[in-house]
Design a protein around this ligand. Structure first.
Ligand SMILES: *Cc1c(COP(=O)(O)O)cnc(C)c1O
Length: 417
């Protein structure tokens, strides 16, 4: 008899965005002429830049001729892409990585889930709260997260609240943990971690022999050069941190699919008996070779093109476009008396609901009152209660129209002129 992995039964039935979609559907059924604007999804709207699409066209041509055809590539990605990553993403920040410390993948999400394969199932883990839900759910499936209580908290997970009181900067855990997930710039709060704060985390990991999984999917949105783009800007981080990056939000690759994971050679973990310390880098390569067959040649050529002078300039403009949206949103929502966080180094705004309205209630009020869709903060964790997340990824006209409606609605006028 085949027995199922019963850890699945512990997971919440609905993914947050499926839940939102259900509410939106119900609204649409009773409002046939609705003109909804979504500021909920973490997906980009602007097309790929010309430098990238040109490289993709050329890559397709390569695949069309016997002399330039490519079949299976190296599991960890083509050397030319890994060289471009080392040279462009790290070297200018004084970080010297070797190409075999970089593992190209088909986007960061799968590796945020897969990376836990490197360590025993019973390691203890800490996450910031609120948090990108995928980090926890993948750990539920191997039993690491424990059991879920009615508030949606997992018994073996240490939650590090990020709230107005601590300025959305998590405190170090009071007891030691083995694994820590950090995401900066943060999804959902849109907040960043200054260098000295990140240094506290690296030092904590060094002291406690812990591993940090650092998700830097939004590093390209950082506008202030004193804020670290990479955890390896911190001394000692190579011994304790794995970094995950993605072209999804930096270059609009949410549909193309490409990202990478950095596993430094100095990063080691101990065997259960404490007798041996082993490097995780060769283990990750080993895992990759039997569970993955490489990212498509076309996607990797596309990623490589983001580093050309034209590519860089074009991407800067697209990010500027989203950040202009974010600025408009920040200014206009603040002018309405709302408390708005984030949105200066990230495409997310973390907005306090008025009068402590619960997240889901405010979500519905906004949906019915202004026909604007947000993401309830509580769906990212208990500390998200009383907040909603808005994204700046909409097209400018949609963003402006949403703000116009929100303004009228908040002032008690009909949202539609
Ligand atoms: C969007 C996002 C990613 C990137 O996911 P991909 O699989 O690369 O598209 C990673 N981490 C966070 C927190 C994200 O929001």
């Amino acid at each position: 008899m085949a027995l199922i992995n019963e850890h699945y039964l512990k997971l919440a039935k609905d993914y947050v965005f499926a839940d939102i979609a259900k509410h939106v559907k119900a609204f649409e059924v009773s409002h046939r002429n609705a003109r909804l604007i979504s500021l909920a999804l973490g997906d980009v709207t602007q097309p790929l830049c010309p430098a990238v699409t040109e490289a993709m066209h050329k890559a397709v041509d390569d695949l069309s001729h016997v002399s330039t055809f490519h079949g299976y590539g190296p599991e960890q990605g083509y050397l030319w892409l890994r060289e471009a990553i080392v040279k462009n993403d790290y070297l200018p920040r004084g970080i010297h990585l070797s190409t075999d410390e970089v593992f190209v993948n088909s986007g960061a999400k799968s590796d945020t889930g897969n990376i836990g394969d490197l360590v025993r199932w019973d390691n203890s883990m800490a996450v910031t709260d609120p948090i990108y839900p995928a980090y926890i759910d993948s750990n539920v499936l191997n039993g690491r997260a424990g059991l879920r209580n009615e508030q949606g908290e997992w018994s073996n997970v240490t939650y590090l609240p990020c709230n107005e009181e601590n300025g959305f900067v998590p405190e170090l855990p009071r007891h030691r943990v083995d694994m820590i997930y950090l995401c900066y710039p943060n999804n959902p709060t849109g907040m960043v971690l200054p260098k000295e704060e990140l240094r506290r985390w690296v030092n904590y990991a060094l002291r406690n022999d812990a591993i940090i999984f650092f998700d830097a999917a939004y590093e390209a949105y950082i506008q202030d050069d004193t804020i670290p783009h990479s955890i390896y800007e911190i001394k000692g981080a190579r011994k304790v941190a794995i970094e995950l990056r993605s072209y999804s939000k930096t270059a609009g690759f949410t549909g193309v699919r490409c990202g990478y994971t950095v596993v430094p050679k100095e990063l080691t973990a101990s065997t259960m008996d404490g007798q041996r310390r082993l490097a995780l880098n060769p283990l990750w390569l080993q895992r990759l070779c039997f569970k993955y067959n490489g990212t498509s040649y076309v996607s990797q050529r596309a990623a490589e093109a983001t580093y050309t002078p034209q590519g860089r300039e074009q991407l800067k403009q697209t990010i500027g476009y989203y950040m202009d949206n974010a600025r408009l949103m920040r200014e206009q929502l603040s002018a309405l008396g709302m408390k708005v966080y984030g949105g200066t180094h990230a495409p997310y705004l973390w907005v306090r609901t008025p009068n402590n309205t619960p997240s889901w209630k405010f979500f519905s009020e906004m949906l019915y009152g202004a026909q604007v869709v947000c993401t309830p903060g509580v769906s990212f964790g208990p500390a998200g209660e009383g907040f909603v997340r808005l994204t700046s990824f909409a097209q400018r006209e949609q963003c402006e129209e949403a703000l116009f409606r929100l303004k009228r609605w908040m002032k008690g006028e009909a949202a539609f002129a």
